[in-house]
Design a protein around this ligand. Structure first.
Ligand code: SF4
Length: 326
């Protein structure tokens, strides 16, 4: 039997390069090897977008189109919506009974997001309990492998702790999932922080060439380089970080010409913008085809729901029995 790989995606806006080179890339690379679960986390999206929830639904369809355009194959992957699986919310309720509040309060992502997203009121139970909902997403299908970025590791650790606690209290049932880190564990945004729509530093997959070029031009390079012929230090340059994502074989050449002062930063950035735009060509043409076939997208979500509920209803019935409430 194949192991189960699962990843969730927040339908809060357009996809960007951070998504592509993070967990989505891993799902695409390994989709033949595992039984795959890819779901749109609309409940998670509510935890930060509860004041403006209308966009979540339309974003959701756009996201599915993006994912399939990128190469997620619906024949190999269950694609579904979190809110179509009611057993996830029931499992969250049971897990919330056994999860100490201190596990959630100490989570570094929680503290970081409270600080970074100051414009939103996130002092809610739903936002604090985000990792409990995530644990339910994963454990409802007993997933083995979770593609994550480094920043998500503390959440996954809480999932393992919840699984362990449940198993200790009621008898072994849940698998403790393992992380699969992407090669690009932390894709930087144009300002060097983690790429995120919320930080306004993302290059979106749908950006046109001029927009990509403008964004790349804003990237921070080696601050010691004044003239194009000054020797550069690619190791401290954000542009070079991006080159490493796209050029495997030619990367030494890029490094050499930078260190030797053979190219100016503006030209180096413009070449990178070309590379990024061309890399996304196949995605753009596939997306155009799918935009005209929204019924197909709804059918994929319906099929995904039906397949996953076959598993989730069995899980929840076993959990009820173990917790003595059936
Ligand atoms: Fe960065 Fe390119 Fe400038 Fe070197 S030449 S510092 S790699 S932008």
């Amino acid at each position: 039997m194949k192991k189960k790989m699962l990843t969730g995606f927040r339908p809060t806006g357009r996809l960007h390069l951070g998504h592509l080179h993070g967990n989505i890339g891993n799902m695409i690379n390994y989709q033949e090897e595992y039984e795959n679960f890819f779901f749109l986390v609309d409940w998670h999206a509510l935890s930060t977008e509860y004041q403006n929830p209308k966009k979540i639904k339309s974003n959701l369809i756009d996201c599915v189109i993006d994912l399939i355009s990128l190469g997620i194959d619906p024949e190999l992957t269950y694609i579904y919506r979190q809110s179509d699986i009611p057993e996830i919310s029931e499992l969250t309720l049971y897990f919330s009974m056994i999860t100490p509040i201190s596990w959630l309060e100490r989570c570094p992502t929680y503290k970081e997001q409270l600080k970074e997203l100051k414009a939103k009121d996130l002092s809610t139970l739903g936002f604090l309990a985000y990792p409990v909902l995530m644990a339910s997403d994963i454990l409802i299908v007993n997933a083995d492998i979770i593609p994550v970025g480094e920043d998500q590791l503390p959440h996954l650790e809480i999932t393992r702790e919840i699984a362990r606690r449940f198993n200790n209290l009621y008898g072994k049932f849940f698998t403790e999932p393992k992380e699969m880190l992407s090669n690009a564990t932390r894709v930087p945004g144009i300002d060097g922080r983690k790429m995120s729509k919320s930080y306004n530093n993302a290059i979106f997959l749908s950006d046109g060439f001029d927009v990509i070029k403008k964004k790349v031009r804003k990237m921070i390079t080696d601050p010691q380089r004044i003239h194009p012929t000054d020797p550069g230090h690619p190791d401290i340059c954000n542009v070079f970080n991006f080159y490493q994502l796209y050029l495997k074989k030619r990367i030494n050449k890029i490094e050499e010409r930078c260190r030797a002062g053979e190219i100016g930063c503006t030209l180096c950035k413009d070449e990178l913008a070309d590379i990024i735009y061309n890399y996304l060509e196949k995605f753009r043409s596939r997306r155009k085809e799918l935009e005209g076939n929204v019924d197909y997208i709804y059918k994929i979500l319906e099929d995904g729901k039906n397949s996953v509920r076959e598993i989730s209803t069995k899980t929840i019935s076993a959990v009820r029995k173990k917790m003595g409430i059936s």
